[in-house]
Design a protein. Sequence first.
Length: 578
Amino acid sequence: MFFILISMRNAEVAALLYEIADLLELKGEMVFKVRAYRRAAQVIESLGRPIEDAWQEGRLEEIQGVGRGIAEHIDEFLRSGKSEYYEKMKKTMPMDVESLMRIEGMGPKKVKLLFDKLRIKTVKDLEAAARSGKIRVLPGMGEKTEQNILKGIEFAQKSGGRLLLGRALPIAEEIVENLRKLKYVNHVNYAGSLRRMKETIGDIDILVTSSDEKKVIDFFTKMPVVTDVIAQGPTKSSVHIQGGTQVDLRVLPESRYGSALMYFTGSKEHNIELRKIAIAKKWKLSEYGLFSGNRIIAGRTEEEVYKKMGLSYIEPEMREARGEIELAQKNRLPDLVTLKDIKSDLQMHTKWSDGVNTVEEMALAAKKLGYEYICITDHAGNLLVANALDAKRLDQQRKEIEKSDKKIPGIKILQGAEIDIRADGKLDLKNDVLKELDIVLASLHSALKLPEEKQTSRILAAMDNEHIDIIAHPTGRLIDRREGAQLDFRRIFEKAIETGTVIEINAQPDRMDLNDVNAFAAREAGCALSIGTDSHSTDQLRAMRLGVGIARRAWCTKKEIVNTLPYKDFAKKFGIKK
DNA sequence: GCCGTTTTCGGCCCGACTGTTTTCAGTCG
């Protein structure tokens, strides 16, 4: 068995290569050279194993997209923490490229021109120049350009960052529903990273087939949620909606729906791979279809296009150019877990600790979702902020759970608890209390900044306790708000297999923890996984689909997810006798 | 800069919209 460890250095190396790419682009280097750096960065970012391993083994050049030149930069960076090449370039172009490029409408050419002519280095410089009318006199620029720059700056300051998947999904679904109601609209779907279930979303892409393109675009740009229209052409439009999210719409004829949906679902890297296959067959693939010369040979459905290309259908969550195309060629894609496979939710809170609903309300809501059993996992121990239960209250709660279990037929209610792992690795409750519970979750809630070694030991110690069944939200991160614990996942996965501990995929929209890359590594290592919503109200139970999304992005089948087990098998696996 | 059952040289994904132009470059996805 081989193990995988996700290292922080991968992200550092990727960041360096991205920055080099930006600077090369400013310099006006060949687009292909720039692209080569970006591609290498992207591959290393989602590598799934530490770049140091390949480096120490002298096998950097075996990484896709890394050749002699880039390998040398990586080597220097890993040895010395610096890159002469990068620093030299940065000296000649000292502007804040990242921030400037993030302004809508600002690309490398404008950033370079504005630096050369006006010494603009920061967004602040840019704003001042635009306000005083210094930009309009430059070649290729005009008054409108200045206005757009100011609008772009204002917008970048207001919005900042990406939208959580769990927030973007309902918005996209509502827009899709509204478009679907129109008489002249046939197919409509959202695409993009949203359809691939990435944990955060840059913007929302929507695709429509219609007999009347103009009417669709008109309807779209005049929706009440639209705050301003960025672009509006005959087949394509972009708008901002309340809250600042950008929504792109594309209208296409029915016969192109499949190829367009593929194109807009991405990922970009997946599309490029597909197009290369088409080129090798002397065809051409675009959003308008698969072409042999001028003749369209596929495009109506995604299935048709994949099939014509000699590939089995690839689920959107797998389209990241991480080897799925090769598997599709061999017809060996995994049968991904689906929401329907889920028989239970293994993490939820009630009024007993920090939730808003009762045991009974949670159970009824879970039953409505079609679950066979659930696990009530209120906080227990000393976590006072979360109103954690002590031994006495756990006893009282057990009586209520048993009562509800009898009262509500068709769903089994288990008593679990979420126990805090203290900084020294000790658990927040005594063993004689833990042993009375059906399922025990252990998780980190504090001291998330300890060094990796200590943090890892904490989790390993918890797993060594025979009563701990699941490690919940392993890193404790909150997306865009808190980084979470540094962990040596290689050792954690080893210990999980040794002790039979399950690792949770937490489906809370701002947790998504394990994330897709770590869940991928866990599955490859052979770990058992669970998906829990960590719900604090009945509404939140529906977040299960986000967790399933992570599992699917990690190529999990139902075999790897313990809460797809029917109750009988689940009870047997965890030694529950009731 | 990378890469190769078409190539170790000559390719590298493809198209829409905007704004400033008067035929197109820049940007975006």
